[in-house]
Structure formats: C-alpha cells, structure tokens
Design a protein around this ligand. Sequence first.
Ligand SMILES: *[C@@H]1O[C@H](CO)[C@@H](O)[C@H](O)[C@H]1NC(C)=O
Ligand SMILES: *[C@@H]1O[C@H](CO)[C@@H](O)[C@H](O)[C@H]1NC(C)=O
Ligand SMILES: *[C@@H]1O[C@H](CO)[C@@H](O)[C@H](O)[C@H]1NC(C)=O
Ligand SMILES: *[C@@H]1O[C@H](CO)[C@@H](O)[C@H](O)[C@H]1NC(C)=O
Length: 284
Amino acid sequence: MLLRILLCFFCCSFGAAGTPILGGADAEHRKFNHQASLQEITTNNEHFCGGSIISSIWILTAAHCVDCERIRNDIKRIRIVVGVTHLSENGDKYLVRSSKLHEKWNKENISNDIALLKTAKNIKFSSAVQPVILATHDPPDGVITTLTGWGFTSDDEGLVSNTLQVAYFEKISLKECRKQFNDAQYPGRLVIETNICITQPVAKGQCNGDSGGPLMYNGTQIGIVSFGGQCGEGVPGVMTNIAKFLKWIKDKTNISQLKQLSKIYLRLSLNSSITLTKIPQTAI
Ligand SMILES: *[C@@H]1O[C@H](CO)[C@@H](O)[C@H](O)[C@H]1NC(C)=O
Ligand SMILES: *[C@@H]1O[C@H](CO)[C@@H](O)[C@H](O)[C@H]1NC(C)=O
Ligand SMILES: *[C@@H]1O[C@H](CO)[C@@H](O)[C@H](O)[C@H]1NC(C)=O
Ligand SMILES: *[C@@H]1O[C@H](CO)[C@@H](O)[C@H](O)[C@H]1NC(C)=O
C-alpha cells in the first residue's frame, strides 16, 4: 500500500518528491479556507497534491500534479476536497469535469508548472470555503510568505499530515535562488523568470504532497508549489509565480476580473453560500 502511494507521488508530483511541510505548525482551524486537497479516488482517497480555490468552478494547482498518464487519461480519478483543516474531516467533495495544463508546461526543465481543474459542480462557499485573491504583482524580496500543505512532515515516514501545516519563509531573489540551487547538483530544475523562490532552512520546507498548494503574501496567493531539492535539504523552495500567469489564468477561465470578482465573492459569501451563478450580472 505504502509503495503504491509513493509511486503515485513520484508519478504525479515529482517536483514535490524532490522538494508537508517539514518543520511547520498546525494551521488554525479553517483559517486557510481557500486551500484544496487533491485526492485520488482509486487509491483510497489518498491526498497527493494541494490546490487553491480561485472561483466557484476553478481550482488552481501545479501541472506536475496532474501530468501522469493515469490521471491525464482519466481526470475523474481526482476528487477535490475543500472546507477542511484535517483531512479526516468530512469536507465538501467535488469531482473534476476537465483540466487545463499550461500548453508550454515542460517536465524536462519544469517550466510553466501550472494547471486548472474545473469542478463538475459549483463550489459552495461558506466561512470554511472561499476563493483566494490572486496577486497581480510580485512582492519585494525579503518579505515573509506563508506556505500551507498536507505534505509529508517527515521524509522517512512517507505519510501525509492529517492536519494542514503552515510555515513562514522569506522570499529571496531569483539570483540568490539560482546560486543556492545550482544546475550541477539539480540538473533540469531550472529557476527562471516565471518562478518565485523562498528560503528553506535545513529540516524545514515543502515535501511530497505540498505541490500545487498556495504560497501567500498579504492575503493574496503569489505562488504555486512547484519544486525544490530533497525534503528538508535546506535549498530554496521554487514556486510558479502567479502574477506572471494571470493573463493565462484569465484566458482559460474566462474570468476577466478575477481579483475583483474574488473580492465580490468574499463579500457576498461571508454570511451565506452565494455562488457565482447567483450573482446578478450587474453586480459584476
Ligand atoms: C524548456 O524546454 C522546452 C522544450 O525543450 C523549451 O522550449 C523551453 O525553452 C525550455 N525552457 C527553458 C526555460 O529553458
Ligand atoms: C497589503 O494589502 C493591502 C490591501 O489588502 C494593501 O493596501 C497593502 O498595500 C498591501 N501591503 C503590502 C506590503 O503589499
Ligand atoms: C468568454 O466570454 C465571452 C463573453 O462572455 C464569450 O463570448 C466567450 O465565448 C467565452 N469564451 C469561452 C472560452 O468560454
Ligand atoms: C454575519 O453574521 C453575523 C451573525 O449573524 C454578524 O454578527 C456579522 O456581522 C455578519 N457579517 C457580515 C460580514 O455580514
């Protein structure tokens, strides 16, 4: 059983394989209400990647999370669970209608590691389930960012965490990141302009199962967990830079004012479960 789960990780989230959060802390209950868990129905609903809710029908994740033959051939193997802090809770579950991987996603050099999953039904918003606001600009280097995930909390055990973990890391420049993350040691793991890097001290940082999850700063999602070194190795964590893919996201989801729309959902859904379809056109 364990072997099968591990194979799944290496197949569908290899970036994370080389890359829970080790050294994180339990997340406050329902605080990260935009966080989604991607689970594979056929392997005992095993959590394999993170994601974030960006609208009432779209989940944002990493391309490497959905790019294995098994899942590409049958996207209905994935279920999305939202509204939970503990994986053992009975959250809201959605099947996937379709997926969009970035057309230029390249697994050899891990570029354009971004994908969208369209849910089969509208996501019901509540205090425990909310869309995230996507960043429109890069925050400056040196700021402290927030990473959440249910990934491995120990490299040895190979088990996902039941409780969502949260940890804080400093954003560093791409130049600094490339220096620490050199090609000789990590061939094929290119740090490019469309990435964001965060420092990760030894024994702390993203691990298997955190991939596809959100990196936050000042209430907005700035990154998607893409890759790193070995878990806890002390090399930076590398993210897909949201601001660099906003146009792609807007084109694919056909939501023209994603950020503003999210704010509208947020306002309208604080005390109810109004979904996008119920918002009058004039409100948008
Ligand atoms: C990654 O590989 C693809 C295909 O070989 C290439 O087109 C692309 O330019 C490469 N990206 C980078 C950043 O090197
Ligand atoms: C944080 O977000 C608020 C809006 O929510 C904005 O007014 C403020 O300038 C942002 N701060 C930084 C440091 O980005
Ligand atoms: C996007 O929205 C526009 C205007 O609402 C519509 O004409 C167009 O067909 C939509 N495109 C897709 C791909 O859904
Ligand atoms: C939501 O409802 C609670 C209790 O009914 C109320 O105290 C609170 O002000 C409401 N919040 C908003 C944003 O309307």
